[in-house]
Structure formats: structure tokens, C-alpha cells
Design a protein around this ligand. Sequence first.
Ligand SMILES: Nc1ncnc2c1ncn2[C@@H]1O[C@H](COP(=O)(O)OP(=O)(O)OP(=O)(O)O)[C@@H](O)[C@H]1O
Length: 258
Amino acid sequence: MTTALLEARNVTRKFGALVAVNKVSLQLHEREILAVIGTNGAGKSTLTYLLSGELPLSDGQVYLRGKDISKWSQPARSQAGVGRSYQRNNIFLPLSVRENCRLAAQAKIQKPWQFWTAAQHCRRSLEMADHALEQAGLSRYATTIAANLSHGQKRQLEVAMCLAQQPEVLLLDEPLAGMGAEESERMLTLLHNLKKNLAVLLIEHDMDAVFAVADRLTVMVNGAVLASGLPHEIRNNTAVQTAYLGESDHATAPLRPN
Ligand SMILES: Nc1ncnc2c1ncn2[C@@H]1O[C@H](COP(=O)(O)OP(=O)(O)OP(=O)(O)O)[C@@H](O)[C@H]1O
């Protein structure tokens, strides 16, 4: 087995007496989508903050290509290749789609002490932005002001802004939230294409979408991992089925036959 691109070992986060993430271990490999699913408040978003470095760990370790990055800051992890999108829009609405991506790229390549190469960085950041827009299927909206995009296009732009930073690992927190059927379909196609080049950790409540794109799944309940496995293993896992009973419709999706 090759070294995992991103690995969490017994990752734990406490908020006072609450153990929001409890000894979670998982591995994310190149060219795969690992979906992390679970009931509301299971600790999924907190887990992504721990992996991206936005929240410090209470315990455990995070490794990138086998290197311990547990104490690295979020910017350091981002520079090293860990990108993420958020549940909320993170876009500069008055700016164009391309400018949003260029700024994201610029943040990645900016080296303040090399101020004399600014113009070259600007060119490079535009190239990175254009490539990201192409990957995200947004090239034709490059000059559109971000505020004028639809909700689904804004979520695509968020992914494009992550891609502009050329990550190796992408942490996506509910990229389909609030999308209609057509927009969801576009995002799923984008996710499919993304894994040709990078590893994706996907937090998503839409079970149909999750089972359509995920290579493996990890199920969290009350901060801990309940089960991990291939889609058909998770779908047929009795403990998973029991944990989801009584939850909302989407959460019962694993109970549905293929
Ligand atoms: N900053 C914080 N301070 C205190 N408690 C927090 C904080 N962030 C999250 N929590 C708590 O940690 C638990 C896990 O929250 P988290 O948002 O990670 O769950 P989730 O699985 O992402 O939920 P959802 O699917 O609803 O987004 C919840 O009980 C939440 O209230």
C-alpha cells in the first residue's frame, strides 16, 4: 500500500467537555474521493478544520505524504497542498470570476520578499486562474461579476478558487448545499473530473450524490468513526443503518437498495 496523501491518526478535538471529534483515523489516497458522512453535529466540519489547520488538535496527528503536519498552521498546510472550500460562500462578489481566481492563485505564489518579481507572479497567477476556471467549467464566465452568478455557479467558483491554488488534496464541505438538480449534476461531473488529478475529502449530506461519486466512505457518529469502507459495504452495514434510523430522509439513503 502506498503512503497516504493525507492521513489522520486518532485526531481529537474537544470544546470544553464536548468531544466533537473523537480519535478519528482515516487515509486519503491519490485520485480518490473519500466521503465523510454522518448525522448533524457528528463532527464532520470540525474534522475538516483539523485537517486544514484552522483548528488546533486536542490530540492525534495529521500527516501529509507521511510528514507530520499536526502543528502546521493553515497557511503552511495550504502552501503544502491542502486546499479547502467552506459551507459558506467565500467569494469577493464585486470582482469578476477570473479576478477571484487570480487573487486565490496570487495568495498561493505570493512571496513578499521577492517584490521585484511581482509582474511575473501576476502573469503566473493569471495562468493558474485560467487553468482553474477551465477545470471547473467556468471559463466562459471569466469576465462575469461574481455577484451575478447563480448559487450553483458560485459554489463552482469556490471550487475553482481552491483549484487555482493547485492543491494535491481538496477538502470540500457540502459543495452541493442549496443546489438544484441541474447544478448538482454539474458539480458531480466536476468532482468526477477532479479526482483524475487530486484527492478529495467530501463532506456531503446528499446521499445519492455521495454514493454516485465516492470511492470510499467514512461514517461518523457523535464525533467518532462508526464505519469505513467501500460504498456497498457501508450501504449494507447494519450499524450504519441503525445509526441513521430516525434521521432525516437523506440520511436513510444508505438503506435504499442499489
Ligand atoms: N467552535 C465550537 N465551539 C463549541 N462547540 C462546537 C464548535 N464547533 C462545533 N462545535 C460542536 O461540535 C459538534 C460537531 O459539530 P460539526 O459542525 O463539526 O458537526 P457536523 O457533522 O459538521 O454537522 P452538520 O452536518 O450539521 O454540519 C457539534 O455538537 C457542534 O455544536
